[in-house]
Design a protein around this ligand. Structure first.
Ligand code: AMP
Length: 362
C-alpha cells in the first residue's frame, strides 16, 4: 500500500473542472499535479504544475506521464480501461480499471448493484429490435432506453411510452447496446459521495437533493430534506458500494427516493461529483481534498458539514450573471476558465451557505 506524501506528484486523467478543483485542493495540500487530457489550455491545466495534451491512446505520452508521477487518479470515468491498465504497469492508478469497467457500462453497473443486494430500477439488456420488443413486455412502459456506455446528462436516452414506435426508436439507436429501464416515480433525486482509502477507511458526505434542468444538474440542496433513518440508509448503501467495488478514491452514488421511501440507485461516478461542489465551503473537508487524501493513502478528513448549503450551476450563458452574483456578498462564485459559453456547458457554479438551523430549501 503506497502512501504519497505532500511534495509528491499526482497525475490526473481528464482536464475539466473536476480536475481543476482537485488540482487546487492538491496544491493547497503541498502536492504537484500533472494533468493528462486532450484539450489545450484546459480548465485543469490552467491551475496545475504540469500538463500533457495528448489522446488517451498515446502510449509514448502515457509512459512519460506515468514516469513523472507517484499516483494517477481521474476526473472522468470514461477514460478507456486500456489506458488505465497500461498506466497501472508503471504507477498505481486509483480508482483502478475494475471500478471503471463496472461504472462505464450501465448493464454491468446495475447488475453489480443488484448482486450486492441494493435496488435499482427494473432493467433489461437490449441489443436488437427483438430484445427491445421483449424488454418492453417485461419492464412495461413508461420506460427509458439508455445506451449502455458513454451516456451522461441525459445523452443517449429515449423515453418509451405505449405509443412509441419501437422499430423507429431502435433504428435511431443504431444497434448500440442499451438497457431498458422502468421509469421510477421518484419524489426526490439524491446523491451520496463517499471516499475510501487503501486501508479501507470510508467517510461519506451527507445525502443531498439534486434538481435537474434539461437533464443537467441545476441545483443541489445540502442536506436533502429526508428523515434521518433514510439518510442513514442512503449513506450505508453508498459505503457498501464503495467497499464491495474495492474503491480507492471517491464515488458519487446517485439515487432515487420513491414515493414510498425506498431508495433505488441510478448511477455511480467514481470521481468527485457536481453535487459535491458545496463541500468546498460547507464541510470541514471538501470532496476534492478528500479525493486527494484517499488516492494518496492518507487518513480521511472529517466530512461533517458546518453549514447547510445551496449550490447552483452556471450553464452556458448563465456565466454572464457573474457580476450580479458577486453583488450578493454571501455567494461563493467559482468559474472554470472555459473560454466559450456553449449551450449546456458547465461554466461555473455558485454556493451559498445557510445556517445549520435553517433548511436549504424554502
Ligand atoms: P442518468 O443519465 O441515468 O443519470 O439519468 C439522467 C436523469 O434522467 C436522472 O437524473 C433522472 O432525472 C432521469 N432518469 C434516469 N433514469 C430514470 C429512471 N429509470 N426513472 C426515472 N427517471 C430517470
Amino acid at each position: 500500500m503506497t502512501t504519497i506524501s505532500p511534495g509528491g506528484h499526482i497525475g490526473i486523467l481528464g482536464d475539466g473542472q473536476l480536475g481543476r478543483m482537485m488540482a487546487i485542493a492538491a496544491a493547497e495540500m503541498g502536492y504537484f499535479v500533472h494533468i493528462f487530457g486532450p484539450e489545450e489550455d484546459s480548465p485543469a491545466a490552467q491551475v496545475s504544475h504540469r500538463s500533457t495534451v495528448a489522446s488517451y491512446s498515446d502510449q509514448d505520452a502515457l509512459t512519460a506521464f506515468a514516469k513523472r508521477v507517484d499516483v494517477v487518479t481521474l476526473e472522468f470515468e470514461n477514460i478507456p480501461t486500456d489506458t488505465v491498465e497500461f498506466l497501472s504497469k508503471i504507477v498505481p492508478v486509483r480508482p483502478g480499471a475494475k471500478v471503471l469497467e463496472i461504472t462505464q457500462d450501465r448493464l454491468l453497473e446495475k447488475s453489480f448493484i443488484n448482486n450486492i443486494g441494493i435496488g435499482t430500477a427494473n432493467f433489461a439488456n437490449v441489443e436488437s429490435i427483438d430484445e427491445l420488443v421483449h424488454a418492453v413486455k417485461q419492464i412495461k412502459t413508461p420506460a427509458i432506453l439508455k445506451t449502455r456506455r458513454l451516456g451522461y446528462d441525459g445523452k443517449g436516452q429515449v423515453k418509451i411510452t405505449g405509443a412509441s414506435n419501437l422499430d423507429k426508436v431502435w433504428a435511431e439507436m443504431k444497434d448500440t447496446p442499451s438497457i431498458l429501464e422502468g421509469l421510477v416515480k421518484f419524489r426526490m433525486e439524491i446523491s451520496v459521495i463517499v471516499a475510501r482509502n487503501p486501508a479501507g477507511e470510508t467517510a461519506a458526505f451527507c445525502p443531498v437533493e439534486n434538481r435537474h434542468k434539461n437533464h443537467i444538474l441545476d441545483i443541489t440542496f445540502a442536506p436533502a430534506d429526508i428523515p434521518d433513518w433514510l439518510a442513514e440508509k442512503a449513506v450505508e448503501m453508498a459505503k457498501k458500494i464503495a467497499a464491495k467495488i474495492e474503491l480507492v478514491g471517491l464515488i458519487a452514488v446517485e439515487m432515487f427516493v420513491t414515493q414510498d421511501d425506498q431508495i433505488l440507485v441510478n448511477e455511480l461516478a467514481p470521481r468527485p461529483h457536481n453535487s459535491g461542489h458545496w463541500t468546498i465551503e460547507g464541510c470541514a473537508t471538501s470532496q476534492f481534498r478528500q479525493a486527494i487524501r484517499a488516492v494518496c493513502g492518507l487518513p480521511l478528513g472529517l466530512p461533517a458539514r458546518h453549514s447547510n448549503a445551496v449550490m447552483k450551476n452556471l450553464i452556458g450563458d448563465d456565466v454572464e450573471t457573474w457580476g450580479a452574483l458577486l453583488e450578493d456578498a454571501e455567494n461563493s462564485l467559482h468559474l472554470y476558465g472555459k473560454k466559450e459559453a456553449r449551450e449546456g456547458r458547465k461554466m461555473g457554479h455558485v454556493t451559498k451557505l445557510i445556517p445549520l438551523s435553517k433548511k436549504p430549501k424554502t
